[in-house]
Design a protein around this ligand. Sequence first.
Ligand code: ADP
Ligand code: MG
Length: 351
Amino acid sequence: MLLKLQLYRNSVKAGIILGFIVFIVGCENTTPKQYPFTYADGIMGTSFSIKASQLPENITVKALQTQIKKRLDEINQRMSTYVADSELVLLNQSRSTVAQKISKPLFKVLAAAEKISQKTAGAFDITVAPLVDLWGFGADGHQSIAPKAANIKLLLLKNGYQKLRLDEKNLTLTKEFPTIAMDLSALAKGYAVDEIALILENNNIHDYLVEIGGEIRLKGYNIQGKKWRIAIEKPNIHQRELQKVIPITDIAMATSGDYRNFFEQDGQQFSHTIDPRTGYPVQHKLSSVTVLSDRSMKADAWATAFMVLGDDAGYKIAEENNLAVLFIIKTEQGFAERATPLFIELTEVEK
Ligand code: ADP
Ligand code: MG
């Protein structure tokens, strides 16, 4: 039985029906038991869903929901490009090139982004923000025409993660170029998932599923006392089909794809993942990437990074970094899978 999960994200942006579906698959033969804690709502331009299989007596559903909501709002207020006065938006608007004090949570996310930029030689780069906007995938809306090559070139010269400098001791960020701007959409949801997991742990809850916009973190067991069963969607534009179902737990999972958020011009598709080295949306046969990791933020960021790298360069980097990655690749016949040894090991069905 399919137990739901609806993620309609960015649905207005590209003027088409968009969204990822992640299915949480329950047991086939039993009447579904009720989770003692569930919470589903919207945040960060997407939906979230949280379930816990046990709830300690000293906390009520309402109190836990309030704690979670508060944390999500705080994160949004720091990291969203859609909130007019978020910490991130104010930093993006600032033209200062001296060190600026930033909050600890923002520092943490920026530091994680920097690390992955370094490991991918800039394939992952949060300073693509102006390019994301130019291509119409930013906060102010959608378009269906590719920008002029000259404008792309101009922005490329002004971008680059190397133009951001972090100072951990003083918790500061220095923008070495006045107009440099950051977009955390590729990893902020993952960060938020980790923070919610932490809230649950702090409340003595150790059997849960946290999901925001398709970024998932799992711990312990579902209500049937079994591993969580998560389905990966086939990267189909027109139809929603399952590629595979994996029973996993004590892990985070993120999926990035080119098949939900894009626009089409003259038969060519332009997706929301931008290659910071060319300034153009990625164009290759890689349709989606799923990453498993201990942290949701890491899985989220790497999934986006691999969408840029493609499956050939990506596979190598995944192996070098001992990451669990599944690449789903378009072929003449449909889709082919390429998984790293660690991904296979982690998703092996127990006999
Ligand atoms: P989603 O936001 O749909 O979950 P991702 O996690 O893959 O998907 O993040 C994609 C978003 O990340 C884009 O919409 C854009 O805002 C931003 N982005 C695009 N290209 C890059 C890149 N090369 N490096 C970092 N962030 C990027
Ligand atoms: Mg991502």
